[in-house]
Write a protein that binds this ligand. Structure first.
Ligand code: COA
Length: 172
């Protein structure tokens, strides 16, 4: 079984909408704190993805898809800062891998592709945050991201209860 990472333009993202929807629903239903509350299903995920595809179309978001045996099982976003005084910076958002495809390096490969594309664009600083205690929190230091600190009670877990967030950055 082999995987590869691609940048999805708006047309490719639209074609991948069922898979992207499935990934987001799987992650939220599985307890990932990525901005949504349960109950969460395709009727919640599809409008959100439609909004992301508009951002892709406008060139404000670079969307990545991870394919495993030809099927999209993971995704991530690179969002260059729009402020005039931050032309060198971007946020990394919504690193998501379907639970059935985890633990084989797809999350790390997505992050590697995000960083490579950021470098190609001349970006020099990436920032992200992730729920403290999540699987993702272990991934970023392995990829040489620096842990800035923890913000307590930043968000809710999808089934309720406050969770802290850990802020990371990486200089490219
Ligand atoms: C965080 C997330 C993206 C990681 O995706 P993933 O594809 O499982 O990531 P990787 O496979 O690169 O790494 C996961 C683990 O598998 C291990 N691994 C990687 N390749 C492996 C392989 N070939 N064989 C065995 N283990 C492997 C890694 O060492 C890592 O171990 P750890 O759990 O002890 O830290 C995924 O868990 C996810 O989508 N979580 C829910 C959403 C979320 O929280 N996203 C973060 C938002 S900021």
């Amino acid at each position: 079984m082999s995987h590869d990472i691609r940048i999805l333009d708006a047309a490719a993202a639209r074609a991948a909408l069922p898979a992207l929807t499935g990934i987001l629903v799987d992650c939220v239903n599985g307890g990932a704190s990525v901005g949504f509350m349960n109950p969460f299903g395709p009727s919640n995920a599809i409008p959100w993805w439609d909004g992301i595809i508009e951002e892709v179309e406008a060139g404000r978001t670079i969307l990545f898809g991870a394919l495993l045996d030809g099927e999209i099982v993971g995704t991530a976003q690179l969002i260059p800062a729009t402020k005039p005084n931050q032309p060198h910076r971007a946020d990394v958002s919504k690193l998501l891998v379907h639970s059935r495809a985890r633990g084989r390096g797809i999350g790390a490969a997505l992050m590697q592709s995000v960083e490579d594309e950021a470098r190609r664009r001349g970006l020099r600083l990436l920032v992200l945050d992730t729920a403290t205690g999540s699987d993702a929190e272990r991934l970023y230091p392995r990829l040489e991201w620096e842990r800035t600190g923890v913000i307590p009670d930043y968000a809710l877990w999808p089934d309720g209860g406050l969770c802290d967030t850990t802020v990371f950055y990486k200089r490219l």
